[in-house]
Design a protein around this ligand. Structure first.
Ligand code: SF4
Ligand code: SF4
Length: 377
């Protein structure tokens, strides 16, 4: 590859920026870009606008001095595999993640060989580069949603704090988010897919317990021929299977999704956001408004909660007293993200989720011209 071609990759890299998400100058980025876009494609992409703007085919033809038909032909592969957006006659770029990575592994239309090669590179990029970007920016785009039966079984309100709104808000419950939709689709988890492709599979769950989409988002993917259609009953079974396995339901931090549903089912070993939260003991997701509390009288010390907690926030304190009366399980609340997985999996109902904050997630988060959610579809 000559210097001129390298310049095209660098020019495009600088355009892969949306709001606080940028694509850093790192050797892994160039290795990824060279598989995503060949030399002919990257040259046309270098005439694109920055990731927050679309460019028309006409304008692209003028800027690149290339006939429109030829541009269409050159970009057809990128549009098909999801590495370039196309809306009508306009084209656009997105950051590597969130953006290209998610769409590429949702659509999965590139060759298997490329998907496997990219899996190893994306895994390394996410662990070594994106994780640190999340820590540095302190930007939290996701939040956990409480498990399906949380409302009936788990909620215990701390009366000592002032809660201004109703004590459990509907959008904090996966049950509410599912029940307001009628059409559903599941898409294999892209984070665990790249783990499996790079021979570092998740031990908590396979990629098949993937994200759940409902409403307009489900229709969008099903129309594209992507994802598996589900009835409401199947969607509920899917979500319960995820929480039994120990996966955390997460969604975008705002609750602006009025006509759609998007729930990721995340592990902390592969998820772009939970991984740094656990690794660096810094919250790169918004915690929910709840924390887990253990009732020592009900706890039978079985460690089921400890094994399921994705944040490693639960510990076993072994006894000092001869009668073992001081042995107990405890939670370090500063590491707890309030996902409710421990409470759901406790066989003796010894864990309650207690409301300790009153954070309002009603603000609509936008990056450039895009609502947060659109970066994931
Ligand atoms: S799962 Fe429940 S009973 Fe078992 S150790 Fe945890 S809190 Fe105690
Ligand atoms: S301790 Fe907190 S982070 Fe861990 S499973 Fe329970 S609610 Fe989730």
């Amino acid at each position: 590859m000559n210097n001129r071609q390298l310049e095209y990759y660098e020019k495009v890299r600088r355009k892969l920026k949306l709001g606080p998400f940028f694509t850093p100058k790192h050797k892994l980025v160039f290795e990824i870009m060279k598989i995503l876009w060949n030399e002919e494609e990257i040259k046309i992409l270098s005439y694109f606008e920055n990731a927050d703007k679309l460019i028309s085919l006409q304008k692209l033809a003028e800027k690149s001095d290339t006939p429109k038909n030829e541009i269409k032909k050159i970009l057809a592969r990128s549009v098909r595999i999801g590495t370039v957006s196309k809306i009508g006659n306009k084209y656009g770029l997105e950051p590597l993640t969130p953006g290209v990575f998610e769409k590429y592994y949702i659509i999965r239309k590139d060759s298997k060989k490329n998907q496997i090669k990219l899996a190893r590179l994306f895994r390394e990029y996410i662990n070594e580069v994106v994780s640190l970007q999340m820590v540095e920016s302190n930007f939290k785009i996701f939040r956990p949603v409480l498990p399906y039966e949380a409302k009936e079984k788990l909620i215990n309100i701390n009366k000592s704090i002032v809660i201004s709104e109703s004590q459990v808000l509907p959008y904090e419950l996966v049950e509410f988010l599912i029940n307001k939709n009628d059409i559903f689709a599941t898409i294999p988890c892209y984070c665990r897919t790249i783990g499996e492709y790079s021979r570092d599979p998740c031990k908590v769950a396979s990629h098949e317990i993937g994200c759940l989409y409902g409403g307009d988002a489900a229709k969008y993917f099903l129309n594209m021929g992507v994802g598996r259609k589900m009835t409401k009953k199947e969607a509920i079974e899917h979500i319960k299977k995820a929480e039994k396995a120990g996966l955390v339901h997460t969604t975008v931090a705002d609750h602006s999704l009025t006509s759609t549903l998007f729930i990721c089912n995340c592990c902390s070993c592969h998820c772009v956001l939970l991984h740094p939260t656990k690794k660096y003991r810094l919250k790169t997701v918004n915690p929910s408004n709840f924390v887990a509390k253990i009732d020592k009288d009900l706890c039978i010390l079985c460690e089921a909660c400890l094994k399921k907690c994705q944040m490693d926030a639960i510990f076993h304190q072994w006894a000092n007293e001869p009668d073992l009366s001081d042995e107990h399980i405890f939670i370090r609340e500063e590491f707890c993200i309030g996902c409710g997985v421990c409470a759901l999996n406790c066989p003796n109902n010894a864990i309650k989720m207690e409301k300790v904050r009153d954070n309002d997630f009603s603000k609509i988060v936008k990056f450039g011209n895009k609502p947060l959610f659109e970066l994931f579809i």
